[in-house]
Each structure stands twice: as structure tokens, then as C-alpha cells.
Design a protein around this ligand. Structure first.
Ligand code: SIN
Length: 294
């Protein structure tokens, strides 16, 4: 197995492994070390069936059941399909707007995602990249007075886009407005520390996102908004100082650590070009400072 960094800030390409078969102990520990060191791993030329992707993912921990059961794969309810393809009867093959704003997966759940694993089946001729932001690096680059200001604060996270003034609902996804209205009614807020201590590396990372963080516990919007509006530009940064942008090839398998990475699907493609990925997610631990908020 060979590990080659893909950028100065995060990410490494891994070659010389076949993830369709169970990893032996040496491969698993080398992959584990690379994962903690580089936060995003890009493994080229993988051909995993849905069941093989589930088996590979389960080697890292328990799998999450996707929120949106309409777009899970027929061969496994743990595999979510991300796709813009439309069947002849007009129905959508997969989620078309998955991850279109910067976020860390499932931070709106009390126990958020640890690892997300995407395998590319088809990539469009242009566009369709995924962008990653290193939240360790973001935290480390904050001014000391900002670090002091957010120390001990907890973000309020919610999944529904209708509760979030910083995002919009894609017009391309049928029924999306009703889906998010229902979530707004049925789901509660989840509190997460604004600064997370990674349970394995012990490093601190900023833990909030424009997609899911809608406020700060105990603060009015008038007091919370200036803080969030100071933090979010570090993630959406146009200069991309803490970013790696992945340009997909067919059969890439990319996995990332949601405890220290935010990401977004960049878009910029459309039919007849098709983008299709299979997504599995490994559940994480409760973010460390969150227990104090319970
Ligand atoms: C995701 O947010 O999990 C999907 C990202 C992508 O489709 O590029």
C-alpha cells in the first residue's frame, strides 16, 4: 500500500489496495494511520458492489441508516444513492442535492457521523467536484480572541433547511420543501460544542457549519449571528486556504473524517451528464464537550 499526499493542507491518495475484500490487520492499521494523519483518503480504481461497500465500511464501525429512505439502494438499506439521473417514468434515482452546502455529516444528530465513504460510479464530464475544509487548520488559524470567545459555547444544529436562513432548497429535488417542512415539525434542535476535541488525535477543530448550525445555545440571534458570521467565512473562504477540492474519476472511493472535516458538493453539472455515487456512513461518538451541555 502506498500513501501519497494530494495537497499541503489535507488528503492523501492510497494505491495498492483492493477494498472489495476484507482488509488484513496490516492494511487496516496502515489505512487507519493514514486516515488520522490526512483526514481525507482517495482510493483509486475500486469496484465495490453495494454489499462490499457495506462490508468495507463496517470494518471502521457501526453503520448509520440513511435519513432519506427513498433513495437507498435496492441491495442494501445502508447505501444511499446520490445521483441526478431521472428514470423514464420521471422518478429520481437518487438524492440530487445531497451536501450542497458546507457541513459535517449528521451534526444535527446527537451522535454525528464519524466517517463518510463515497464511491463514484459515474462522474460528469465537467463539474461535480467535492470540496473539503480542514477544520483543525481553521481552528488553529482563528485569532486568539475568537478562540476565547467561542470556548465553552455550543452550536444549535438542525437538519431542516426551512429553519436555516443561510441555505436554500434546490428546485431540482421533487418534494423537497414538504420533506424539510416535515423535518422542521418533527425534529428537535441538537446542541454540539463549537470547538470539538478529536477523540483519537486530541486535536481541536472548529465544529459548526452554514448548513446545520442555526444558532448558539443561550444567545439571541442578534448575539449569535455576528459570531457565526465571523466563523463561517473561514469555511466558505474563497481563497481556499484550508481546502482540498476532489475531482472525481469513475471508481474513486473517498472517505473522510467528519470530526475534523467540513465538505460540500460543488455542483456545476447537469443532464444529460450524470453523476452517481454510493454513500455509506460510519457512526461516531458524541462530540466530547457535548456531555457538558446535556
Ligand atoms: C455528501 O455531502 O455526503 C455528498 C458530497 C458530494 O456529493 O460530493
Amino acid at each position: 500500500m502506498k500513501v501519497t499526499p494530494v495537497s499541503d493542507i489535507m488528503g492523501a491518495e492510497v494505491t495498492g489496495v483492493d477494498l472489495s475484500v476484507p482488509m488484513d490487520g496490516d492494511t487496516q492499521s496502515a489505512m487507519g494511520e493514514a486516515f488520522l494523519a490526512y483526514q481525507v483518503l482517495v482510493v483509486r480504481d475500486q469496484h465495490l458492489t453495494p454489499q462490499q461497500q457495506v462490508a468495507f465500511s463496517a470494518q471502521w464501525g457501526d453503520l448509520e441508516v440513511p435519513d432519506n429512505v427513498h433513495y437507498t439502494h435496492a441491495d442494501s438499506d445502508r447505501v444511499m444513492i446520490l445521483s441526478n439521473e431521472i428514470r423514464p417514468d420521471g422518478s429520481a434515482v437518487g438524492v440530487v442535492d445531497g451536501g450542497d452546502f458546507w457541513h459535517s455529516d449528521s451534526s444535527h444528530h446527537p451522535v454525528p457521523s464519524m466517517i463518510t465513504i463515497l464511491q463514484s460510479l459515474r462522474h460528469p464530464s465537467r463539474g461535480g467536484d467535492t470540496e473539503f475544509c480542514n477544520m483543525y487548520a481553521v481552528y488553529e488559524s482563528l485569532p486568539e480572541e475568537t478562540k476565547e470567545k467561542i470556548d465553552g459555547l455550543f452550536g444549535v444544529h438542525h437538519v431542516s433547511k426551512v429553519k436555516n436562513k443561510r441555505v436554500t432548497i434546490s428546485p431540482d429535488r421533487p418534494g423537497a420543501k414538504d420533506f424539510y417542512e416535515l423535518q422542521a415539525k418533527n425534529r428537535g434542535n441538537v446542541i454540539q460544542p463549537l470547538v470539538l476535541t478529536h477523540p483519537v488525535t486530541g486535536r481541536k477543530a472548529l465544529y459548526c457549519s452554514p448548513r446545520f448550525t442555526i444558532g448558539i445555545q443561550g444567545l439571541s440571534d442578534a448575539d449569535a449571528d455576528p459570531i457565526l458570521d465571523e466563523l463561517f467565512p473561514y469555511i466558505t473562504d474563497r481563497k481556499r486556504r484550508w481546502h482540498y477540492r476532489h475531482k472525481w474519476r469513475d471508481n474513486d472511493l473517498v472517505m473522510w473524517d467528519n470530526r475534523c472535516i467540513c465538505h460540500r458538493a460543488v455542483g456545476g453539472y447537469g443532464l444529460p451528464d450524470i453523476r452517481c455515487l454510493h454513500r455509506t456512513v460510519v457512526a461516531g461518538d458524541r462530540p466530547s464537550a457535548a456531555q457538558q451541555a446535556a
